[in-house]
Design a protein around this ligand. Structure first.
Ligand code: ADP
Ligand code: ZN
Ligand code: MG
Length: 521
């Protein structure tokens, strides 16, 4: 879909978006109402028991750790924590759910009424509300640095429930049921503790939705509640989308899109829906309230089923469990355990380490990246935080990307990067040599110091030694010297290049420049 089309639609219509984000509490280790382990993959139907298989008479016992994680998640997102709450049964039939009801929460969720602030960069200084509704962009590509703004997205609630099993449709295209010869069901995932966070319909563009989901993931990672792996489904984002004519206050009819397994898909699916709704309205039609499926290959959504209403689920209080009454002192004690969250970390990197906002945000957003950065800075010294950040966001990021590995698996460890930055900053090797050392370290896992030693690399900064080489180069190129002295100072680079070649790249570029300039007089 053409980006211009979305921009054109958003000039006439305002998009209204609310997200429902399911996160598996992988940190809880065991399932929500039984002792089966929580893990991804494995032989089908090996991590099951009578409780998570829904056998008659099996009784659920709530997982205290999962409840604590949910309360922590609520505290991290400024929610009120309910002092009294309970689980409800949500009835529906689907083969991946053995009990024919899901234990979930209804009108008494653990957390409600929170918010998360997002920034759509640039500098994120303007408030969205001050932009007067005219959001002059549709994606990050179109956002100039000074177009940035920030806004607050309300969180309606976070409740706790149990995940379903997984259907495998054999022979279906892209694992979907159409065209399948038969279906299998794996209950390993059934009963995994699942937090569902619901936002207010406060989001206005596909890019804001992406930023919100990314921000939430970075908060969850800092908390340690989940590994938030969108591809494996431990974090799943559904988007509710509607549009209304600019200036209207009533909400339009929404559709709900599922099955986006990356932030890009989330963005693209919402953009697709906005344009689809506009096409329907522009041609005089009415948007149908329904659930739709995002097909990442075809880059389109298709109708899945018409949406159930809450009364179809026949919610009632789970009779096999007593309600919860939380002691405010217990909640306060959990609040004490909250770790540093990404925004605070970013601000600290700016204030204490002098990092520019872009670097600070990028490093603080990903918990594992922040840990690596802090280890490297602890070894290299706080005054070298900026070069450490540059290497991490430059060569290291490119290397991880090229090899499709996580920072935790990086061949160049934080200690190795600190060592490399030390070699450069102490003038032992040039920046150009450092790039070669990094590449070799990334390939072999050898320490930078050892590589420099083995390759006989060093940087010559000794002025007298460099003067000898410069003089040799000037003597060998009398015509160029005359031309330079005649006013063609652009030839400076030529001399520097000749000297560097003679020195096999080992001359300190700053010193070489200075000496060439001086001797050319
Ligand atoms: P449902 O009953 O269909 O589940 P909810 O009222 O529970 O709907 O809201 C689900 C999500 O949809 C929330 O994130 C909410 O902010 C969002 N939402 C509700 N109405 C709209 C709308 N008209 N347009 C876009 N999003 C909406
Ligand atoms: Zn079990
Ligand atoms: Mg709902």
């Amino acid at each position: 879909m053409a980006k211009d089309r979305l921009a054109e639609v958003l000039e006439r219509y305002e998009a209204v978006i609310g997200l429902e984000i399911h996160t598996e509490i992988t940190a809880a280790n065991t399932k929500m109402f039984c002792g089966c382990p929580v893990a991804f993959g494995g032989e089908p139907n090996t991590r099951v028991c009578p409780v998570c298989l829904g056998m008659p008479g099996a009784l659920p016992v709530p997982n205290e750790a999962a409840i604590e994680w949910t309360v922590l998640a609520g505290l991290a997102t400024e929610c009120d924590i309910a002092l009294w709450s309970q689980f409800h049964r949500k009835q529906y039939f689907y083969p991946d759910m053995p009990k024919d009801y899901q234990i979930s929460q209804y009108d008494l969720p653990f957390c409600s009424g929170g918010f998360v602030d997002i920034e759509v960069d640039g500098d994120g200084v303007a408030e969205r509300a001050d932009l007067g509704g005219a959001l002059p962009f549709v994606g990050p590509e179109a956002i100039a640095a000074d177009d940035g703004y920030r806004t607050r997205i309300g969180i309606t609630r976070i409740h706790l429930e149990e995940d379903t099993g997984k259907m495998v449709h054999v022979g279906g295209s892209e694992g979907r049921i159409s065209g399948a010869t038969h279906s299998l069901v794996d209950f390993n995932r059934a009963g995994t503790p699942l937090m569902e966070l619901v936002t207010e319909p406060d989001i206005r563009t596909p890019e804001e939705a992406r930023r919100f989901a990314q921000k939430l993931r970075s908060v969850w990672l800092a908390l340690g509640v989940s590994d938030c792996n969108m591809e494996e489904g431990s974090m799943r984002v559904d988007a509710n989308v509607s549009i209304r004519p600019r200036g209207a206050t009533e909400l339009g009819t929404k559709s709900e899109v599922k099955n986006m397994n990356s932030f890009k898909s989330l963005h693209d699916a919402i953009a697709y829906e906005i344009v689809r709704h506009a096409d329907v309205l522009d041609s005089g039609g009415r948007v149908v309230q329904e659930t739709r499926h995002w097909d990442a290959g075809a880059k389109r959504t298709s109708g899945l089923r018409s949406k159930e209403e809450a009364h179809d689920y026949r919610y009632f209080p789970e009779p096999d469990m007593v309600p919860f009454s939380f002691d405010p002192a217990w909640i306060a004690a959990l609040a004490e355990q909250l770790p540093e969250l990404p925004d605070a970390r970013r601000d600290r990197y700016m204030a204490e380490l002098g990092l520019p906002k872009h670097d600070a945000s990028a490093l603080a957003a990903e918990y594992a990246l922040a840990c690596y950065f802090e280890e490297a800075v602890a070894l290299a010294g706080a005054d070298r935080a900026k070069p450490v950040a540059n290497w991490m966001l430059g060569d290291l990021a490119a290397n991880l990307n090229a090899e499709s590995i996580d920072i935790a698996e990086a061949h160049v460890t934080s200690a190795m990067l600190a060592e490399l930055v030390g070699l450069i900053e102490d003038g032992a090797i040039s920046g150009k040599q450092a790039k070669e050392v990094f590449a070799e370290a990334a390939g072999t896992g050898d320490a930078p110091g050892a590589i420099v030693e083995a390759r006989g690399m060093k940087q010559v900064s000794d002025t007298a030694e460099i003067e000898l080489v410069v003089q040799r180069v000037l003597d060998a190129n009398p015509d160029e010297v005359a031309t330079y002295r005649g006013g063609k100072t652009g030839l400076l680079g030529f001399f520097v290049g000749q000297v560097m070649r003679e020195m096999r790249g080992q001359g300190n570029p700053a010193v070489v420049n200075e000496v060439v300039r001086r001797l050319l007089g």
